[in-house]
Design a protein around this ligand. Structure first.
Ligand code: 13P
Length: 251
């Protein structure tokens, strides 16, 4: 069966000193969490502190974005996937809705970044999700299909086997409006059907599909009880050690 992945996305929060202080408290709280993989994705600047703090622990570290080609060059402000790998990252979030909304991310750049991350030996957590207006007008499955076809479907089966998908309805991010377990489960089932159609039944059964959007200690168990929800991508509740430990230790 699929091992749950409980991943924290710190977005643009915390300093290196805050990072060390977080792990001092957090690691003992999740040291017994053998039921799940546990990851934190801090801002780039905090990756060295996070990698040092989690060395030898059951927690792995990821980035929140990477450049789309694996070469050095004159690209001011960018960080490439081999740099992240060399710094000790295991994961990289790709195509988060905040990147799509504020930084011009498209399905085409999601695909390029995902391939670059894979070639550098990182495991991409590729995000999909619809806007509120799209859900309300009944377009959710169509939007997800477009994002899947543009950002994920062109991967080879070998590449696809290395990725994690995160379904994050944009209306549930940072709003406190978590999707009900039923809505999330229905959507995860639809995404898994897209995977099956493109990559086959075995790939669909193996891929982890995380839910993200206002996951908290008090709603995580209902989500994780759904057969097609394989973990969580957590924003606000990943910033406090006790809260994220409450999410990780959902059972
Ligand atoms: P919140 O958990 O703060 O809603 O954020 C979700 C998210 O965007 C994780 O990537």
């Amino acid at each position: 069966m699929r091992t749950p992945l409980m991943a924290g996305n710190w977005k643009m929060f915390k300093t290196p000193a805050d990072t060390t202080a977080f792990f001092d408290k957090f690691l003992p709280l999740v040291a017994g969490a053998a039921h799940a993989d546990v990851a934190i994705c801090p801002p780039f600047i905090n990756i060295p502190a996070a990698v040092a703090a989690t060395s030898g622990s059951n927690v792995t570290i990821g980035a929140q974005n990477c450049y789309w080609v694996n070469k050095e060059g004159a690209f001011t402000g960018e960080v490439n996937a081999p740099m992240l790998k060399a710094a000790g990252c295991t994961w990289v979030i790709i195509g988060h809705s905040e990147r799509r909304q504020f930084f011009g991310e498209t399905d085409a750049t999601v695909l390029q970044r995902t391939v670059a991350a894979l070639e550098a030996g990182l495991k991409p957590i590729v995000c999909l999700g619809e806007l509120l207006a799209e859900r309300e007008s009944g377009q959710t499955n169509e939007v997800l299909k477009t994002q899947f076809l543009g950002g994920i479907a062109p991967l080879t089966p070998e590449q696809f086997a290395q990725i994690v998908i995160a379904y994050e309805p944009v209306w549930a991010i940072g709003t406190g409006k978590v999707a009900t377990p039923e809505i999330a489960e229905d959507t995860h089932r639809a995404i898994r059907a897209l995977v099956e159609e493109k990559f086959g039944a075995d790939a669909a059964a193996a891929v982890r599909i995380l839910y993200g959007g206002s996951v908290k200690p008090d709603n995580v168990a209902g989500l994780m009880a759904q057969p097609n929800i394989d973990g969580a991508l957590v924003g606000g509740a990943a910033l406090k050690p006790e809260d994220f430990a409450g999410v990780v230790n959902f059972k």
